[in-house]
Structure formats: C-alpha cells, structure tokens
Design a protein. Structure first.
Length: 385
C-alpha cells in the first residue's frame, strides 16, 4: 500500500511538516506494510513561504521592517537566485502573531512592513514576487504596503492620508505617479487562502475584522473606509476592487495588491500543489491523508485539504482527513472518504492544541492498525476510538 501524507499546518499548534511527521510516525509504528510519502502542503496562509522556499532550494533573507503598528521587527523573505523570485509572507511583517491580544486594532494596524519587504526584494533584483497573504493583523485594503511603494492617498483638501486605514473614510484621490517603477517590470502573484470579496457580509471587515480585534463599531468603520477606497478607485479607473474574487484576503490586501500593483490573485492551494507536481506524487497511491486544525464548511473555500482531496479524487485515490475540530457539513463525503477528529473527547481547546502532535500520532496509529487488520477506511468517523 502506498500512502501519501499531505497535511496543512494545524494553525497555532503544529507546522505542516511536523504534522506530517506525526502521522508518518503513527503509521510506521502501527505494523501496516506500506510505503509512505510525505508532502506537507499549504494554501497561502502561515507556513506557506518556508515550505515553498525549502522545497525549491532557496534561502531566507532577514530584514528589519515595520510591524503592523509601525515598530521595528525582524522579518524575512525567501529568495530563489536562479529565477530571481522572492517569496514573501505578509504575516511575517504584518501578521497577527506579532501583536499581543491587547494590541490588536485593525483601525491602526497596516501592511506597510510588507511593502518594505517587497522593496528590499526589488533591491536584490527580484523579477517575480510571490506573496502569501494569510495570517494578517490588518484590514487596510493593502494601502499600507502600497504607500510603502510610492502610492499616495489624499483627502479632498489635498492633505495626504498617512493614518491608514483609519483615514480612508476621508479619501478623495489616489495618486500613483511616485509608484516604484520597478513594479512594472516585476510579475506579482498573490496566494489567496480564501475566496472572500472586499465588501459586504462576506467581506474583509465583516469576516476578518473580529478575528483581528475589531468590535462592531470598528467593523463598521473599516467597512466604510474600504467602501470609500473602492469608490475612489472605481471613479479613477472604472474597475471595482470589490468584485475581485479573493480580494478580501488579508483584510483586503489582496485587492490592494491587484489594484495598485497589478498583481494576479490565485488560489494558494493550487499554486502550491502545481509547484510540487502533486498529481505526479499521487500516481499509484492507494490513500492520501490530509488535514488541518479545523474542518468545516470553510474548508471548501480554498483550504489546502480541499485542494488535496480534489486532486486525489480526480485520480481515484481514497482521501482521509484528520483535524482537531470537526464540524460536519453537507457534501463533505464527496471529497473526504473519512473524517477523523483526532482530539480525545473532553479536552479544552488549549489542551488539544498543546497535544496536537501526540493526537495525530495516535490517530494515525489506530488508522494504520485498522488498515493492517483489513478494516475499510470508510468503517467509521468521528474520533478514532
């Protein structure tokens, strides 16, 4: 039996690589006679850039930039010398992980530091920028990073808006004359881990604002600012930022990257799987095991386990997904032959997250013993015994 192990990161507790190692260890110790292939996966969220850079034989370059609140922070970007490609994780300079809970304020937080990383990559001679936008602390529509690269935002009286994104409600014009000219010579690809648009109930402020510390009043203010940004941009170009699929990713940074810098928005999962020729990896496989921290209706909105399942199903490969939290949803059996909740019943979230590696190991151990004993993969669900 050939099993491909392809989990995403378990957010906040375990990297994709360590998750794959835990699953592999459980299967190896189960007594199952099998060949195991590990290919940790990512979808544009936290952990995507290190996996890409490591897999492509690149190096990480350190730099000091501004964090979401304008303080100095050590960040890095990946560099592939052969094709002059820089891989940038927005979360490295502008991520929620850089703030304490009491510091989270998406009316103040912005993406300027990510723009600084982009500029440094251009200084190194980058001809292509690949940006993973998951894990941001921001809902600034990409205005912070755009401003770091020369885009300017003005009020009606000609005063430049520097307090982003709070000041966007007063936006009257956008000027791009000072945009770094190297941007026009560079291909920019944005890896989106969600399909949300910029505005409305499914938009950047409404969905992601509360995750980043926004209360109801702040969400409303953020929405008004993004609406104004969309209106002013449409007035000048005839193009709606709000109509871009995936534009709401990273608090609208994806839409800003597309609008101000000409970036192309793509599925982070598809980009990752294509880069590593995942279809070829599945050839001759009997089973693929994927997973991430939570499986629910959002999984089908571009998350890595969904992308893995789609590729596997297209090649007739059985799919098992492991997760810490499982919320069953209509149609899940179309993609996942078995869903395994790895956390033992009764654990608190904190306890579960601190024991993810062990829980994955034991879930894989039980699954391997079932398979070794001739039990079908579809013989159960929920917590594996």
């Amino acid at each position: 039996m050939h099993i491909v192990i392809a989990p995403n990161a378990f957010k906040g507790s375990l990297s994709a690589t360590k998750a794959a190692d835990s699953i592999r260890g459980g299967l190896r110790d189960s007594g199952l006679s099998c060949r195991l292939t590990c290919r940790p996966v990512a979808d544009g969220g936290d952990g995507t850039v290190p996996l890409l850079v490591e897999g492509l034989g690149g190096t990480m370059i350190s730099a000091i930039v501004e964090d979401p609140l304008g303080r100095p922070v050590k960040a890095s970007y990946g560099w592939i010398e052969q094709n002059r490609t820089a891989f940038i994780a927005l979360s490295d300079a502008s991520g929620l992980k850089l703030l304490t809970p009491s510091e989270r304020n998406p009316l103040r937080a912005n993406t300027r530091g990510t723009g600084q990383l982009m500029s440094m990559a251009l200084d190194r001679g980058a001809r292509r920028l690949v940006i993973g936008v998951g894990g941001s602390a921001t809902v600034d529509g990409g205005t912070g990073l755009a401003r770091a690269l020369g885009v300017r935002f003005f009020q009606q009286n000609g005063t430049e808006i520097t307090d982003l994104p709070r000041g966007l409600e007063a936006l009257a014009s956008i000027r791009t004359e000072a945009l770094d000219p190297r941007i026009s010579q560079c291909e920019i690809t944005v890896l989106c881990d969600v399909k949300n648009i910029l505005l409305g109930p499914s938009g950047a402020a409404s969905v992601f604002g509360p995750q980043k510390g926004a209360d109801a009043a702040m969400v409303a203010a953020l929405e008004r600012g993004l609406e104004r940004l969309d209106h002013v941009y449409f007035t000048g170009t005839g193009i709606r930022m709000s109509e871009l699929a995936g534009g709401g990713a990273a608090g609208g940074a994806a839409a800003g990257l597309a609008a101000f810098l000409g970036a192309r928005l793509v599925s982070g999962t598809d980009f990752f799987l294509d880069t590593f020729h995942f279809g070829e990896l599945l050839e001759g496989a009997d089973l693929v095991i994927t997973g991430e921290g939570a499986i629910d209706g959002q999984t089908l909105e571009g998350k890595a386990p969904f992308g893995v399942a789609c590729r596997a199903k297209a090649q007739g490969v059985t799919v098992v997904v492991m997760a810490g939290a499982v919320e069953h949803f209509p149609g899940e059996q179309q993609y996942f032959d078995r869903v395994i909740a790895v956390n033992p019943p009764g654990q608190t979230v904190a306890e579960a997250m601190s024991h993810t590696a062990d829980s994955l190991y034991h879930a894989a151990l039980r699954l391997g013993r079932e398979l070794a004993g001739g039990s079908a993969v579809l013989s159960g669900g929920g917590h594996p015994g």
